[in-house]
Design a protein around this ligand. Structure first.
Ligand SMILES: [Zn+2]
Length: 312
């Protein structure tokens, strides 16, 4: 199961107690996954979903708010053997009238007034929208949560409700759909909590912490590797210089301090400057060793330049 379907399953099982919150969720279901035949002879409300548990939730919401049983229609999807399309259908005039009276999805003003007045209901509305048309990526891979809207005004309304909780959400157009989305792990975390997907938000937080720890470990590793590289490079330049001097002038012609440093480096090619200092007598600190090796390097460079001149 994907992370997204886990979230949806968690939210599908949640049936809010107050009738106002139930109505708010039903409103979102009708707006984002519903078809309402109006203007035709036959008025009908159909809410479609591919998840049986969600179909069951819609059925329960209608039953508990209005007391009547919706018709449940199951159809195998063309092509896919396993997936089914579930439709919750209301076709009795009286039932349709009652539902549209309580859940006025055709009027944004009425919707705001009757459905979105309370905090609990606004949260239920967001939950209903996510259930009807939302999805999110697996946080182990990326952070992305979106809700697909059919109309621009639906996307704007949803964005407005979400942003009422200080959670900036963006709208993008994809073909003839309007996508309300967010890509920030903390905002997604807050939104999951807002919808009361507490299990999912905890899971998201766990994944995020593990990811951060792994990134920190990687940064440390890269840092160590870079330091070791630098060290190895510097040491091999020093050894080249010392070998060159050995060949062209003899190390014994260096001052005693430089001679000692050069001999120690040849003997301990892999150690850090700090450690190399400990092999000197008396021991010398990191900067002292560095100073001596730089001097050796300068002498070697000078001698190289001279030998090149002579050979030309
Ligand atoms: Zn409520």
């Amino acid at each position: 199961m994907s992370f997204s379907s886990d979230v949806k399953e968690e939210l599908s099982r949640l049936i809010p107690k107050p009738v106002h919150c139930k109505s708010a969720e039903l409103a979102a279901a009708m707006m984002f996954a519903g078809e309402i035949g109006i203007g035709t002879e036959e008025k009908k409300i159909i809410i479609r979903t591919e998840q049986v548990i969600l179909a069951k939730k819609y059925f329960t919401l209608i039953k508990k708010i209005f007391g009547f049983n919706a018709v449940l229609n199951i159809r195998a999807q063309a092509g896919g053997q396993k997936s089914h399309q579930y439709s919750i259908i209301l076709k009795k005039d009286e039932e349709v009238r009652q539902v549209l009276e309580r859940v006025p999805v055709f009027s944004e003003d009425l919707l705001k007034e009757q459905i979105l007045g309370r905090d609990c209901c606004r949260r239920a509305f967001i939950r209903g929208a996510f259930l009807a048309a939302g999805s999110m990526s697996n946080p182990g891979k990326s952070y992305h949560l979106e809700i697909v809207c059919r109309q621009p005004h639906q996307a704007q309304l949803l964005q407005e409700v979400i942003e009422g909780y200080d959670l900036p959400a963006k709208i993008a157009r994809r073909k003839n759909r309007y996508i309300v989305y967010m890509k920030d792990s903390e905002r997604i975390f807050d939104l999951l909590n807002l919808m009361e997907a507490y299990r999912a938000s905890m899971e998201l937080e766990n994944v995020r912490i593990i990811k951060e720890m792994r990134n920190a470990a990687n940064r440390q590793y890269n840092c160590d590797a870079a330091n070791i590289n630098k060290l190895v490079k510097a040491a091999s330049k020093q050894i080249d210089d010392i070998r060159f001097l050995q060949e062209h002038m003899g190390l014994e012609n260096l001052s005693p301090n430089l001679y000692e440093a050069a001999a120690a480096r040849l003997e301990h090619p892999d150690v850090s400057l700090q450690e190399l200092g400990n092999y000197l007598n008396p021991p010398v600190g990191k900067s002292g060793v560095n100073h001596r090796l730089r001097k050796i390097g300068a002498i070697a460079d000078e001698l190289r330049a001279k030998t090149e001149e002579q050979s030309q």
